[in-house]
Design a protein around this ligand. Structure first.
Ligand code: C5P
Length: 217
C-alpha cells in the first residue's frame, strides 16, 4: 500500500501522514525533511545556494538517511542527526531555491523511490510531487489544501509566538516558488483526492484518509 500525500505548507501533511501511517502499520517518509537536509548541508559547507550550478555540482555529496518509523521519524546527514537544524528559519528560507535544481531533485527522488520500494508493509510519503512524479503509481493519492489564513495560523502556532502575517507572507512566497518551478512543481495529480482541511480537525482529516486507504485495500 503506497499512499502519496501532497499539498502546500501548513495544510497538515506531516501530522496527518504520521498518524495515518501509525494507525495502519505503514512506514512514513517526510520528503520535505530530505530537501531541508540537503539545504542545511549546502549552507554549512559554504555552498552558495543561490548559484544553481554550484548546488548541482554538490548535489551528490551528502549522505542523507531517513528513518521511516512514524512514531519516531529521523534524518541524518553524513551520520549526524539533522532533525533540529533542518527546521531553522535560514533553511526554510533557502530550501525552495535548492529543491528547484534538477540535479537535487533527481538525487532525492531516487532516494525516495528506493525507500518506498523497501518498505515492508507499505508507506505513506508526504511532499509536493509524490503523486505526480515520485510515485505516480501510488495506490492512493491525497492532495491537502487549506486557506492561507488557516495555514499561517497553524504554522505560527508551531513556531510558538511567530507573527501570523509575516508567517503567511513567507508561506505564500515558498508555495509560489514551489508551484512555479520548472522541474516537478507542487501540483495536484489528476487522480488525487482533494481534501480541504480549513474547517477540519486533525482527527477528522486522519479518519477521512484512513477510510480512503481502507477502501483501496
Ligand atoms: O514539507 P516542508 O515544508 O518541510 O518542505 C520543505 C521544502 O522542500 C518545500 O518548500 C519544497 O521546496 C521542498 N519540497 C519539494 N518536494 C517535495 C517535498 C518538499 O520540493 N516532495
Amino acid at each position: 500500500m503506497i499512499v502519496a500525500i501532497d499539498g502546500p505548507s501548513g495544510t497538515g501533511k506531516s501530522s496527518t501522514s504520521k498518524a495515518v501511517a501509525a494507525k495502519l502499520g505503514l512506514s512514513y517518509l517526510d520528503t520535505g525533511a530530505q530537501y531541508r537536509a540537503i539545504t542545511w548541508w549546502m549552507l554549512t559547507n559554504g555552498i552558495d545556494v543561490d548559484d544553481a550550478a554550484a548546488v548541482a555540482d554538490a548535489a551528490g555529496k551528502p549522505v542523507i538517511v531517513s528513518g521511516t518509523d512514524p512514531s519516531h521519524p529521523t534524518i541524518t546527514v553524513d551520520g549526524v542527526d539533522a532533525s533540529g537544524p533542518i527546521r531553522t528559519q535560514e533553511v526554510t528560507a533557502k530550501v525552495s531555491a535548492v529543491s528547484a535544481v534538477p540535479e537535487v531533485r533527481a538525487r532525492i527522488t531516487g532516494l525516495q523511490r528506493s525507500i518506498a520500494a523497501a518498505a515492508p508493509h507499505g508507506i505513506v510519503v508526504e511532499g509536493r510531487d509524490i503523486g505526480t512524479t515520485v510515485l505516480p503509481d501510488a495506490d492512493l493519492k491525497i492532495f491537502l489544501t487549506a486557506s492561507p489564513e488557516a495555514r499561517a495560523a497553524r504554522r505560527a502556532g508551531e513556531l510558538k509566538g511567530a507573527d501570523v502575517s509575516a508567517t503567511r507572507d513567507a508561506l505564500i512566497k515558498r508555495d509560489t516558488a514551489d508551484s512555479t518551478r520548472k522541474t516537478s512543481p507542487l501540483a495536484k495529480a489528476e487522480d488525487a483526492v482533494e481534501v480541504d482541511t480549513t474547517e477540519l480537525t486533525l482527527q477528522q482529516v486522519v479518519e477521512c484518509v484512513v477510510t480512503l486507504v481502507e477502501e483501496k485495500r
